[in-house]
Design a protein around this ligand. Structure first.
Ligand code: PLP
Length: 378
């Protein structure tokens, strides 16, 4: 059996890097493959971008579609999840009085994007979902309680940023579908971290980063759009292929770096060689045990039930840090004074530390975080 802890990464081995979910990180093999692709691109940029690009992007699309359980016809690439959700929201037709329902776990940039809709007279409803909620049915009920006759879209996280909460997307989507409401899934953290089957979810729009848990170089996300919306969703930036169809509109939006897309197969090869199930089990067990050690060290508790989490866990801090500036100050002291990186976050007025579990992490990293927090918060 492969030793998952023997994989090689670029992250500083002397640092306890517990924020994989923040920006991803590169395995050495993927970094090397990306460097080789970069050399190939630079050998003849015109040949790569004009002649070879269409076939190459199609081949990558097929592999990513396989990973995410969707028809390649539904799938395009965008630079990141932020661009993906903005693309969907800006493609839809909004009328005054339309309503959108999301939750208080949504990513801050998505909140900003929903804020833009206020300009069209759209009402944005944000449902509170407590981190200690007990069942899937209660989660669905909480979200659907925000729905009215005017609701046009439900925006739901797959795995939320401020909490790491793993939402029951299939059940929420089914409830929305019953009411004839479209669903946009912000799956920024989902590719790689959990098994994804987009077509089985039956959602209208789904966005997920490849530079987080698939560990391809930064600058690539997948956007999957259900067939009935393929003529509606168009990129934020119109370019040559804008009126030629869904793929053509997205496959070229001006000169961009092709390496993040072209290096995805190397990242998928890395995970395939290890086995996704074994990796996911390892990540979950590592971070679950680690979070318990952190909670014990700082005298609090792990915040979310195991069934609603994957490779990102939340532990309550013994103090509340009200402002973003205070939370960042603590996070920065962890980095500079204690050699540990973790996300200090807030949900519904309570402050938490969010930690991740990746193959390069060890039990000692979580112990270092617990000890460092004890000192910084003293
Ligand atoms: C839930 C969620 N959505 C969207 C994003 C935005 O991702 P990106 O910065 O790659 O656009 C993030 C980033 O962490 C996220 O956690």
């Amino acid at each position: 059996m492969t030793d998952l802890t023997a994989t090689r990464w670029l992250v500083d081995p002397d640092h306890a890097y517990l924020n994989h979910g923040g920006f991803g990180a590169l395995p050495v093999s993927v970094a090397e493959a990306a460097a080789a692709i970069r050399a190939e691109v630079e050998a003849n940029p015109t040949d790569m971008l004009m002649r070879r690009w269409p076939a190459l992007i199609d081949a990558v699309r097929d592999r990513v579609a396989g990973l995410l359980g969707t028809d390649p016809a539904n799938l395009v690439f965008v630079p990141n999840a932020t661009a993906g959700t903005a693309t969907v929201l800006s493609s839809l037709h909004w009328e005054p009085g339309d309503e959108v329902v999301s939750t208080d776990h949504r990513y801050p940039a998505v909140a900003s994007q929903l804020g833009v809709l206020l300009r069209y007279g759209v009402k944005v409803v944000e449902q509170h979902v407590p981190v200690d909620i007990g069942s899937v049915a209660e989660i669905v009920d909480r979200i659907m309680a925000g729905v009215t006759e005017r609701t046009k879209l439900v925006v739901i996280d797959s795995i939320a940023s401020p909490t790491g909460f793993l939402f029951p997307v299939a059940e929420i989507a089914a409830a929305a579908r019953e009411r004839g409401i479209a669903v946009l899934v912000d799956g920024a953290h989902a590719p790689g971290q959990i098994a994804v089957d987009i077509d089985a979810l039956g959602v209208d729009f789904w966005v997920g980063n490849l530079h987080k848990w698939v560990c391809s170089p930064r600058g690539c996300a997948a956007l999957a759009v259900a067939p009935k919306w393929r003529d509606v969703v168009r990129p934020l930036v119109a370019s040559h292929g804008y009126s030629l169809g869904y793929h053509d509109a997205f496959d070229w939006t001006g000169t961009a770096d092709p390496v993040p897309v072209l290096a995805i197969p190397a990242a998928l090869d890395f995970w395939d060689s290890l086995g996704w199930d074994a990796v996911r089990r390892h990540q979950r067990e590592l971070v679950t045990a680690g979070a318990r050690r952190v909670a014990a060290a700082i005298g609090t508790e792990v915040a979310i039930a195991d069934e609603f989490t994957a490779a990102m866990r939340l532990v309550r801090l013994p103090v509340d840090l009200r402002s973003e500036a205070e939370r960042e100050a603590v996070a920065y002291r962890l980095i500079t004074e204690h050699g540990v990186t973790a996300h200090i976050t807030e949900h519904a007025g309570t402050t938490y530390v969010r930690m991740c579990g990746q193959l390069y992490n060890t039990a000692e990293h979580y112990d270092r975080l617990g000890e460092a927090l004890t000192k910084v918060l003293a």
